[in-house]
Design a protein around this ligand. Structure first.
Ligand SMILES: CCCCC/C=C\C/C=C\CC/C=C/CC(=O)SCCNC(=O)CCNC(=O)[C@H](O)C(C)(C)COP(=O)(O)OP(=O)(O)OC[C@H]1O[C@@H](n2cnc3c(N)ncnc32)[C@H](O)[C@@H]1OP(=O)(O)O
Length: 243
């Protein structure tokens, strides 16, 4: 699955919906057993959630958007397919969440390709299920520091803290993901799938039990004047970078 939403693969409502539909199609076709998730945007895996979806819109839109973000995470996190990410670019916040929801992560060895949950740098908060997904991957202490500081880890550090499983030269990221896949596909499918569910269901259930409350919290939080101002300032900084 090659993500293509130029220029930065931001996860707009439309793009989230496209990803969901693609995932559902692959999952319902018995011929498919695995996905390699990668990017078609040079140097960028994903810039995360689309800030334009969270800025200057009305509460109904925020609620619809957040429901789609939840849905994408739940579907990827619990997918019965083997999902491996071949991370071939910078990968921020919501994009990093997507990679953390995969079964295995290969990152291209380029110092520009940092990844992490950098929400605090924008003046926003990583929701509890983003946090849980990170804790499940790197452990509590590393997650606590990374989340508070909004750290984006370059490849060597991402490997060292366990955020990714392998770092390889850029031109080998897809072939390394394919080689890894062979090992996962050699395991009897039902045993692997049940084990995945055993490991992940408690985390997913936390959100499933509080889904509506989580949407309401998001809408309340993102609608605050101070948060809207912080997002506008951040977007402005991104644009000014060019001048
Ligand atoms: C107490 C109660 C608590 C309740 C809590 C409830 C909920 C929690 C609340 C909120 C949580 C919301 C969670 C959000 C998670 C996210 O994913 S936020 C997004 C974070 N992403 C980033 O910080 C990345 C920002 N982008 C960049 O750093 C760079 O763009 C890049 C990816 C490194 C690429 O750099 P490059 O130089 O190649 O490109 P440009 O920067 O020039 O960008 C091109 C173009 O794209 C626009 N853009 C970039 N990123 C985004 C984005 N994420 N969304 C929308 N648009 C983006 C950029 O502005 C440029 O636009 P142009 O100038 O018009 O061309």
């Amino acid at each position: 699955m090659k993500m293509r939403n130029p220029p930065v693969n931001s996860l707009s409502l439309e793009f989230l919906t496209e990803l969901l539909i693609s995932l559902e199609k692959l999952e319902s076709d018995k011929a498919f057993h695995a996905i390699i998730l990668t990017s078609d945007c040079p140097g960028i895996f994903s810039a995360g959630l689309d800030l334009m979806e969270m800025c200057g819109r009305d509460p109904t839109h925020y609620a619809e958007y957040w429901k789609a973000v939840q849905e994408l995470w739940l579907r990827f996190y619990l997918s019965h397919l083997v999902v491996i990410s071949a991370i071939n670019g910078v990968n921020a916040a919501g994009g990093c969440l997507l990679a953390l929801s995969c079964d295995y992560r290969v990152l291209a060895d380029n110092p520009k390709y940092a990844m992490g949950l950098n929400e605090t740098l924008l003046g926003i908060i990583a929701p509890f299920w983003f946090k849980d997904t990170l804790v499940n991957t790197v452990g509590h202490r590393t997650a606590e520091r990374a989340l508070q500081l909004g750290l984006l880890f370059p490849p060597a550090e991402a490997l060292q803290v366990g955020m990714v499983d392998k770092v390889v030269p850029e031109d080998q990221v897809l072939s390394a993901a394919r080689s890894e896949l062979a090992q996962w596909l050699a395991i009897p499918g039902h045993a692997r799938q049940l084990t995945k569910s055993l490991m992940r269901k408690p985390t997913a259930d936390r959100l499933l039990k509080e889904r509506d409350a989580d949407i309401q919290n998001f809408v309340r939080f993102i609608s605050r004047d101070a948060i809207q101002k912080a997002l506008r300032v951040y977007l402005e900084k991104l644009k000014q970078k060019k001048t």
